[in-house]
Design a protein around this ligand. Structure first.
Ligand code: SF4
Length: 346
C-alpha cells in the first residue's frame, strides 16, 4: 500500500470479527544506556502503520512514549487525520508547549492525554489549560494505589473545573509496586463509580476489569463509567521497534508492524484469540460467572506469574462459588520478577 494513499479496509464488515477499538503506538523510545541502535519506525514505515490502523475503521490512534521528539510528528498527525483516524497524543513526561498545541491542532490532532504522575500538579493544570485554549480534547490518566485513593474526590473536582474531558483511573498492572487488592480494590472501584456519578466529565477505569462485577453487585448501571480496552480485547499496541503486543504492559509479541497486515494479525494471532476467549482462562477466573465481562487483568497475571492466560488476576479477591473449596481469597504475597519482553509471532 502506498503510504500516502487513503486505504481501503480489507474486510471491515465481516460480522463477528474481532477488531481493535484503540491502537497505541510507542512513537519514540529513548536509546538505552550504552547507546543501543535506534529501532523506531521510519517516516515511511510510520505512514504505512497509520494506513494499516485505518483498516480497523475511524478509530483512535494514541501516540505514546516520547512522540514530541519525532521530527516528522506534524506530518504523521496530518496524514492520520486526513485518512480519518482520531489522532491522539500522550507526551509522557515531556512538556507540551503552546507551539506544540497550536501546530498539532492545525495538523489535525484531536486530543492530548496527560500522565498526571509524570509531572507536578501545577504543571499539569497549566498544560491542560494550554491544550483547552487551543480547542483540543484533554484526557488525564492517574494511577490509583493505596496512597492516592483518598485524594480522588478532590483531584477529580479540580480536573473537572480545569475542563478535562476524560479522566482515566489506572490501577497498576506491573509487579513490585503498591497496589490495591481484594476487598480494597473493590472498595476503590465502588468509590470511583460514585465519583463518576457526581462528575460531568467522563470517568474511565483501566487495569481493573473487576469493575464490571462491582457495578453489578452494587446494582449500579453498567454504563456509569467507561472501561478502557485492554490486552488484545479491543486494544493493540505497537512497540517502538514495531513488535505488536496485546498492550504496552503485556509484552507478548504477536506480530510485526513492519511486515504484517495489522487487521490479520489482530484477528488471527492465536495468542490474541486465547486472550479474548473466556473458555481459555485458567485458575478461578475460568469458573467465574463474570469471566465473560471481567476475566481479570491478563497483563497483571502475566507480570506476577509469567502466564497471561492460566493464572488468575492476583489483585482480584472474588471467589466464584465453584472454586471456593479450591482457592483461598488471599492473593500471592510476593511478586516474582516480570519476564523480559518477548518478540516474535505467536
Ligand atoms: S475471579 Fe477472575 S473473572 Fe472473576 S471477578 Fe475475579 S478477576 Fe474477574
Amino acid at each position: 500500500m502506498s503510504p500516502s494513499a487513503a486505504p481501503t479496509p480489507s474486510d471491515p464488515a465481516e460480522p463477528g470479527s474481532p477488531s481493535a477499538s484503540l491502537v497505541t503506538w510507542e512513537a519514540w523510545r529513548e536509546p538505552g544506556i550504552g547507546g543501543s541502535a535506534r529501532t523506531d519506525l521510519s517516516t515511511l514505515e510510520a505512514l504505512r502503520l497509520l494506513n494499516e490502523v485505518r483498516c480497523f475503521g475511524r478509530i483512535p490512534l494514541l501516540l505514546i512514549g516520547h512522540p514530541l521528539r519525532r521530527g516528522d510528528l506534524g506530518v504523521l498527525v496530518e496524514h492520520g487525520a486526513r485518512i480519518g483516524l482520531a489522532m491522539r497524543l500522550a507526551p509522557g513526561g515531556d512538556a507540551l508547549t503552546a507551539f506544540h498545541t497550536e501546530s498539532l491542532r492545525d495538523a489535525g490532532l484531536q486530543r492530548v492525554a496527560f500522565d498526571a504522575d509524570a509531572r507536578p500538579w501545577p504543571a499539569l493544570l497549566q498544560e491542560v489549560a494550554g491544550a483547552r485554549a487551543q480547542g483540543l480534547g484533554v484526557h488525564v490518566t492517574m494511577r490509583v494505589d493505596p496512597a492516592s485513593q483518598a485524594r480522588l474526590p478532590e483531584l477529580g473536582q479540580e480536573l473537572e473545573r480545569a475542563g478535562v474531558h476524560v479522566w482515566t483511573l489506572a490501577f497498576p498492572t506491573e509487579s513490585g509496586v503498591p497496589m490495591l487488592r481484594g476487598a480494597g480494590l473493590d472498595a476503590a472501584l465502588l468509590q470511583v463509580a460514585r465519583l463518576a456519578a457526581e462528575l460531568s466529565m467522563q470517568v474511565e477505569v483501566a487495569g481493573a476489569p473487576q469493575v464490571h462485577r462491582v457495578l453489578q453487585e452494587a446494582g449500579l448501571p453498567a454504563d456509569l463509567l467507561a472501561v478502557a480496552p485492554a490486552d488484545g480485547v479491543g486494544l493493540l499496541h505497537v512497540r517502538a521497534d514495531g513488535v505488536l503486543q496485546p498492550s504496552a504492559a503485556l509484552a507478548l509479541g504477536v506480530g510485526d508492524a513492519r511486515q504484517d497486515d495489522l487487521v490479520d494479525a489482530f484477528r488471527e494471532s492465536p495468542a490474541l484469540g486465547a486472550l479474548r476467549d473466556p473458555e481459555r482462562l485458567g485458575g478461578k477466573c475460568r469458573f467465574c460467572e463474570y469471566a465473560g465481562t471481567c476475566g481479570g487483568s491478563r497483563a497483571r497475571a502475566w507480570a506476577f506469574t509469567g502466564d497471561a492466560l492460566r493464572a488468575p488476576d492476583p489483585a482480584g479477591g472474588y471467589l466464584p462459588a465453584d472454586t471456593a473449596a479450591t482457592y483461598t481469597a488471599e492473593p500471592p504475597a510476593a511478586a516474582p520478577p516480570a519476564r523480559p519482553a518477548a518478540a516474535g509471532s505467536g
